[in-house]
Design a protein around this ligand. Structure first.
Ligand SMILES: NC(=O)C1=CN([C@@H]2O[C@H](COP(=O)(O)OP(=O)(O)OC[C@H]3O[C@@H](n4cnc5c(N)ncnc54)[C@H](OP(=O)(O)O)[C@@H]3O)[C@@H](O)[C@H]2O)C=CC1
Ligand SMILES: Nc1nc(=O)c2c([nH]1)NC[C@@H]1CN(c3ccc(C(=O)N[C@@H](CCC(=O)O)C(=O)O)cc3)C=[N+]21
Length: 311
């Protein structure tokens, strides 16, 4: 048996085409600002990829590359400026940050309506309350991929390996909201294989090459590989592998590959979130114009969250 490959790029293209069409109906092209601190080459390369894709679908994007020595106060000052700038629709601060900057302080500071990563505590809370507004890109991209390929989620047993704020936790919320029965495993989980073998849908997001081996997978299960691990081959050349051993393809019913699986979905979902944020901001502005309220500043304080519930 050989598993069906759930390819990411064609599905990402469909999501991007939809985002581009929606963007073209807005008065100005949505504007995404990406902030990165330090000179990690992998991080710089992701950011370039996101920015290039933004241009391809008719969005504007700006990258702020700050030095490794940037203080927390300096980063917060930049975020404050971006929050106040009505021409900025989405703000993404690339993680991880250097040790002198507290991640939580930064994520709290971003205006929740511009929080295209969905990491602000308001957006996290709304997601867990079952009222998702702006949702984290990798988990939302995985849900889109499952839906596109017709993988049933309601009633399914879903097991996520990894509990990060970036992937594992928000994905658990999205799967729960979609009526899956969800288990979240992590490094302290006892007998990981016994847990993962229960899964109809198994998501590996641990950042450990070959963590998921064939005997850990129920025959016919759908396996989603989120891991991005740079490893050296025998000739000393670097390449990317996921968290799932290649032999899992003989057991699984369907699976994603690395590269070419979840990664492109993450980028596409980021741009879809940017368009969504811009749509909500424009709708809020025109609603307030109808009621003669004072422009933007008043609107900004009246609105709670970047979601459906502001309507
Ligand atoms: N494709 C994409 O678009 C994206 C890919 N990634 C990739 O996904 C992977 C995970 O990223 P991220 O969530 O940020 O990583 P983190 O390092 O923040 O979290 C890893 C999680 O995996 C758990 N874990 C680690 N080792 C094991 C193990 N042996 N058994 C069980 N659980 C384990 C950890 O457990 P504990 O909490 O106990 O420490 C932790 O919860 C990385 O490879 C990253 O590069 C990330 C974002 C986007
Ligand atoms: N605030 C924040 N938001 C993020 O979403 C975020 C982050 N920080 N920090 C780092 C992780 C990682 N991440 C990836 C995005 C795209 C690919 C991607 O496009 N991967 C391609 C391969 C790319 C290559 O070849 O290098 C693929 O899997 O096919 C991978 C990983 C987003 N992250």
């Amino acid at each position: 048996m050989s598993a069906r490959v759930l390819a990411g790029p064609p599905v990402a293209a469909a999501l991007l085409a939809d985002a581009a069409a929606r963007a073209s109906r807005l008065p100005t092209p949505p504007n995404l600002v990406i902030v990165r601190v330090g000179d990690d080459p992998a991080s710089a390369s992701y950011v370039r990829g996101k920015s290039r894709k933004a241009g391809e679908v008719g969005l504007r994007s700006t990258v702020h590359a700050l030095p490794e020595t940037t203080s927390q106060a300096q980063l917060l000052a930049l975020i404050d400026t971006l929050n106040r700038d009505d021409d900025v629709n989405g703000i993404l601060v690339q993680l991880p940050l250097p040790p002198q900057i507290a991640e939580a302080a930064v994520l709290h500071a971003i205006d929740p309506r511009k929080d295209v990563d969905g990491f602000h505590p308001l957006n996290v809370g709304e997601l867990w309350a079952g009222r998702p507004a702006l949702t984290p890109c990798t988990p939302a991209g995985i849900m889109y991929l499952l839906e596109h390929y017709g993988i049933p989620v309601a009633g399914a047993r879903a097991v996520i390996v990894g509990r990060s704020h970036l992937v594992g936790r928000p994905l658990a919320a999205l799967l729960l909201n979609a009526d899956a029965t969800v288990t979240v495993a992590h490094s302290r989980t006892r007998d990981l294989g016994a847990v993962t073998r229960e899964a109809d849908i198994l998501i590996a997001a641990a950042g450990r090459p070959d963590l998921i081996t064939p005997e850990m997978v129920k025959p016919g299960a759908t396996v989603i590989d989120v891991g991005i691990n740079r490893v050296l081959n025998a000739e000393g050349k670097g390449h990317l592998v996921g968290d799932v051993h290649p032999d899992v393809a003989a057991v699984a019913g369907a699976l994603t590959l690395v590269p070419g699986g979840v990664g492109p979905m993450t980028v596409a979902q980021l741009l879809a979130n940017t368009v969504r944020a811009a749509e909500l901001q424009h709708a809020a502005y025109s609603d307030s114009a109808q009621t003669d309220a004072a422009p933007t500043d008043a609107v900004q304080t009246d609105l709670g969250v970047a979601g459906e519930l502001v309507r």
